[in-house]
Design a protein around this ligand. Sequence first.
Ligand code: HEM
Length: 469
Amino acid sequence: MMFNKPAFRWIHLMMEEMGTDIACIKLGGVHIIPISCPMIAREVLKKQDANFASRPLTFASKTFSAGYQNTVLSPNGDQWRKMRRILTSEIICPSRHKWLHDKRAEEAGNLTGYVYNLVSGGDVDVRHVARHYCGNVIRRLVFNRRYFGEPQPDGGPGPLEVEHMDAVFTCLGLLYAFCVSDYLPWLLGLDLDGHEKMVKEANKRVSGLHDEVIDERWRQWKSGERQEPEDFLDVLITLKDTHAKPLLTIEEVKAQSQDMTFAAVDNPSNAVEWALAETVSSPELLQKAVEEMDRVVGRDRLMQESDIPQLNYLKACIREAFRLHPVAAFNLPHIALGDTTIAGYHIPRGSHVILSRIGLGRNPRIWDDPLRFDPDRHVLLSDPKAQVTLTENDLRFISFSTGRRGCIAASLGTAMSMMLFGRLLQGFTWSKPASMAVVDLRESRNGTFMAEPLVLHAEHRLPAHLYSS
Ligand code: HEM
């Protein structure tokens, strides 16, 4: 009976029934350790961070990283250290963040303009808008283009961009999906549940689109046709080692480009879809957010990234979305490199530790009324002007996580999430469509996305000339 549910649901049900914040499930020869208490989570990712700085080897992660050549999915070792160092010192670093500001700003402009066009046609599919905004931003940063194919007159995605985001989200759904052959390796190759075929197909769809751009760009640099770096891809291709030799092979460039694309799209789009659904469902919250926007930015100009520090309530809404509606039930898995003890329990070497995002964020011992969407819980009552940030180093919920395997892109992730949420709130008045009794806030059965894509009614709320500026 229990096993009819997706794995993450029965794991949480079991932990709840046992009244425990740490458990051990044995799958094949592997100990899987789910954790839903911040104190225990901190023991893993703060106190014993070095011992948990690896990732499991799985069919999907190996396929998506071309044999562990990237950062997010690579196990602990020289390749992971090399790729992570490149990202933090050359790509996702403050100087590059500034360098690419105008490309992000242009995408925020495209978002505003595209939704303006959609609003004229009726209700708006917020999930579609959110996912494609994220796709556009990361394509602009990595490949300096928002379209693989022909630009579309309304500013929306064309068939290839739809294909791109569909395939990326399919890959993300297949990653660390408790596939039986990852725990019973002798089943690998038999593909009893079709997982391997789905992984290979989705990966091919993404890499097919990326490879065409990367192969051509590689050629341009090698032939001397290209001289000036304009995007992350150029930076990756032109990095040199201490002997002035190319630091990365083309395979590494491809793996790292795919890595960044995977890392950038699901968190901001999911958080904003939920935050908008929750605030539209509680008009007093929506009103507070819109009032803040009007007070900080006004209606005579569009919100910019430089406004983010002043938009505390909006940031609190996104934090609350990360807490209550994380993109996935579990954080990316961490592997124990050696035997150890956590919360008094023996954890054998090779165990997979998975911090439960829903277990932490909805833990009733940590949060009052945990299932209520209440952004104010993130605003310091004693000092309402204190900066709200999206990071959560104490692991009371997972946003960017922490430690050696923590997210390296809190600035970019914050900018993307906040520009998406902010521009939607500033530019449009959102309400539930007349045909709906209430906004459907159910979570999907197989994951933590909304059960159905959020569709809302929207009206323009700014002077017309701003939408095209
Ligand atoms: C709101 C947006 C984002 C959120 C909430 C987020 C969150 C996370 C989380 C939870 C992890 C796993 C941490 C762990 O294993 O404990 C992670 C890892 C990572 N993220 Fe992000 N991320 C975001 C955006 C991005 C973006 C835009 C990039 C780069 C383009 C990025 C790059 C990475 C990388 C490279 C890692 C893996 C680090 C490693 O394994 O060494 N993330 N992120």
